[in-house]
Design a protein around this ligand. Sequence first.
Ligand SMILES: [Zn+2]
Length: 488
Amino acid sequence: MSRSFECMGAWEIVKLAIVRRRLLANRIPKDSVYPLETWMALKASVTSKNERELRNVIGKKDHDEIDRKDFDEYQLFMFREQLRYVKKESPHYREKLKDIVPEDIRTLDDLEKIPFTYPSELAEQSMLFMAVSRTKTAREFTTTGTTGKRKMIGYTTSDLIAKVDIISSALKSIGMHDGDVLHIMFPAVDAWDPSLMLAGACKVAGYGSSTCSSPDIKEQMAVMKDSGATHIIGLPSFIYRVTTLMSTETDLKGLGIRKIISTSEPLSESMRGKLQDAWGCNVLDVWGMTEFGLACAIECDERKGLHTDEANLLFEVIDPDSGKRVPDGKLGELVVTSLTAEATPLIRYRTRDMAAMVSPPCNCGAVFNRKLMKPSGRMDMQFKVGMGYKIYPVMFDECLFGNGNVVDYQMTITKEGFKDVLTFDVESKDQSDDTMRSIVSALSEIMEIADGIREDLIDVPRVRFIDIGSMEYAAKARKITDLRDNFD
Ligand SMILES: [Zn+2]
């Protein structure tokens, strides 16, 4: 822990002490079975003691007495509070929700009375969403986004502390202890805030951290080794790149990394399997959105769904066509409400992510916290080929990274006559005809592609080998480029 204090002045130490006192993460008992859920129960318990409206419903309960029913009441109370707040402070919602009476929201079914917020509204008028003056924002994020206009999201100091609190609890849940060090690798990412937030969460939780933004593999390894890292967080495609290129010269298992956290991109199961084999530890997935402060859900060691931050966020899944809520376990579009955000509160925000919510219990010990089943791909990252078959990057990750030689790839869609042509530029350690054949055959077996080939609407996938390092490192949707003139 001394590492955190090395370069700190007296004022920083005082500020750190104040922030630490405000964090519920630091009040999670040592014997907690699943710290993230205990932290949520603490939130509900503290709120019930301070707020009469909630106390009237669930009483003055301690955190270990909170069950799902109490937690639903906590969420409904927070939702009503947030409605009152946005109707007063946010110009956008003051107008949009002028006929809404917060007191009418008594059950989860009542949520349907509240209109959705669409990403396009936020992009068009980010400033009107803000519920505080810009002088009160401590930080502003602009989404880089894969499509459309940029959205600006503000964070007050309280918003940032709430994020640090959830991240600290999540790090506790994955088994970090005093003296552990988190290596943060986000190469070629313009926005530095995710790294800062993670480093801040480590500091208040009493962990060390090291950050490296260089896309240079050797430099990443050097920084990581110097810091004595015990845990890694970063983009899976980049961690995979490091793994594939370094595994021949370094005994990765010997580095003693206890957990790897994959974030900001979908993690395919084949990539997870390869990373786990190479490093000898579990790889856990995280899901988040800039709109909600990135860290929104994290897997436990079960690796079957992501535990959600239900203290700050309310998750619903809806049928994207009818807008009706679907029951737990059913796939639909994820809709999220920020229950505590001060600067840019969002009510029933359509995320465009496909997901399902799963009811507890979970084998990790969580008893009321609902899990998010892994999104199968962002709706706005999908491309249609052949007879309207939807394709998205994670499908190809599964197939290409299943071949141990592939380091990275990019794909372009073009049209020749009636046929869609998928061309893959593949960085591969082995560029033999055999490897080429096995990659083409694996791609041709993807159901959507196979159907398209049979119907003569998609050409057999074309693969070109390129040298390792010759492709600029690309994340997310940039992996697929659509060059067709007319497509929907
Ligand atoms: Zn679990």
